[in-house]
Design a binder for this molecule. Sequence first.
Ligand code: SAH
Ligand code: AVI
Length: 617
Amino acid sequence: MTRPLQVDSFLPADYLAEALRADVVRGLTASPKELPPKWFYDERGSVLFEEITRLPEYYPTRAEREILRARATEVAARTGAATLVELGSGSAEKTRLLLTALTGPGRGGRPATLRRYLPVDVSESALLESGTALVQEYPGLVVRPVLADFTHQLGVLPDLLPPDGPRLTAFLGGTIGNLEPAPRAEFLAELRAATDPGDWLLLGTDLVKDPAVLVPAYDDAAGVTAEFNRNVLRVINRELRADFDVDAFEHVARWDTAQEWIEMRLRSTRAQQVTIADLDLSVTFGAGEEMRTEVSAKFRTGSGPSWPPPDSPSNNGGPTRPPGSLSPSPARSEPGAARSEPEGRAVRPTGRAVPARRAARSRPRAPLGQMPVGARRRSRSGSPAARPVGCGTRNSAERAPLVGEDAGMPTLSQRLVDRGEPAVRAQLAHPTVQGIARGDLDPGVFRVWLEQDYLFLLDYVRVFTRLAWQAPDQHLGELVDLAYVTWHDELSLHRGMAAEFGADLVGAVKGPECTAYTEFLLTAAEEYGRGLAALLPCMWGYSMLGRLLAEREPSEPRYARWVAAYADPDFALLGLRCAEMLDDAYRSGLVDEASATAAFDEALKHEMAFWDVRVDG
Ligand code: SAH
Ligand code: AVI
């Protein structure tokens, strides 16, 4: 039987009417105009945000999930939290990693410590949906959703918590970056006041990185972020009887180098007047006028939001913790005592609660090589988008260490991808690839490639199933899915193209390159981690190649379709999952770096050789 879910609401009945009114009056009469981002999240906005988290360009969710997956057990062991409070919990999708670690038996039979989970959010629909699911998924856990505004109502939290063990407050997703410096300082001061000695804070922030990665994350090819941005106008239309012509506003995402934040704006495409009936207010927008709707500040390691905030009476001038670190509450540490960062680096007071800009710029990196965004296989949902994408935070300079010293290290898959990038770029020079790019490749050559690749893919499915046979339980579904989408989607792409090129998929026989590659992969797949490493050049490499080719003028339509298929962000996502499994396998000791690297390198050579496929030796 389903337990009834009770949402504790701390939003006064007229909260929407009052707080939204105040924000809209203030924001639309200001110059320049602005609206606070918390109004994005009605039911539709929350769904759109969830869609954003699955976009190939939007790296923060995946990066944070990876860190949590690696560190949740350590968080559980170190905090022994009896209560988990999560601010801005949304779908609480990543939180499950913490909940599982805190409710499961710990290392050495350590008993589970977590008794209750309090998600705090302004979105009632998100609270209800996530809370209902969590109650079923974690039968012994008290789930107590709290409808509250974390910028003004943190004071209600202590009253909700029985003093029966340490509390861990999690603020994930980089949402702290959506607060501008002054409100951020106020927020941190309130959070500190609501925190007892012995409590813990787990803060997830995003770090400064190459704008070529940042901007697409906030301006995705499929236009989901644009829709999310415009949603604030729909909310105002509905709640305050306004008449915004939503389609007359364009989405703008810009990197502000000075502030080190992404700024989202809505640009009026024409001169227009908007009436907000409930406010008895009319405002005019000039053609091209921009209204700011969100900032998303990025931080630098060692320069996180200062804690305690500078204006707080409790600020003893103590050091700043790195963003994304697991910090015991300052009340627990000795007043005035010199603390050091995990690596023993000296930490210094920043005296301000804004992202510091003192650190050297991170090494700029080409988006295409930034993470294994290449998957060669289409997902079942297959989106039609086909624009080059860049995503990823996986590099030591840019990734926030959530816990411990080494969480900022690049992962094995990132090291492999960095290493393999030149070899993938080198494929661009192959005459067959050049012919595809120009659109004048002899169709006879492509027909042979198609037949050989079809035969290759049949064995590719076998590689996935061979890996699935050995997979740890948590990878099984992914591998079955990869086999499924290869079988159903990519092979049907080949079948469709075979008809266009007169290829004989049934009668084709393997040529030497194809045989060598498939035999290598099938043998590599006898060892789980080695097999995953061997798959990466194909999954990531084809996506990267597709995206490099898609940057050029579209070629002949059949080749352009082929390029679009491999440049599709869905391929990239599946490759990312393969990379995550490889990283998991590496962390669990299922493969060592030397043997993963050897398998990866050898597969890369086969990739290049595959462009020479012939039917006969
Ligand atoms: N933590 C999740 C969701 C991030 S989206 C993740 O990491 O994916 C930001 C969430 O914060 C949304 O669910 C939104 O409704 C909530 N939120 C935004 N402003 C808020 C505020 N002032 N008070 C409470 N919740 C807020
Ligand atoms: C919720 N928050 C951390 C997101 C971010 O990345 O700043 C909101 C978002 N805005 C556009 N895309 C995502």
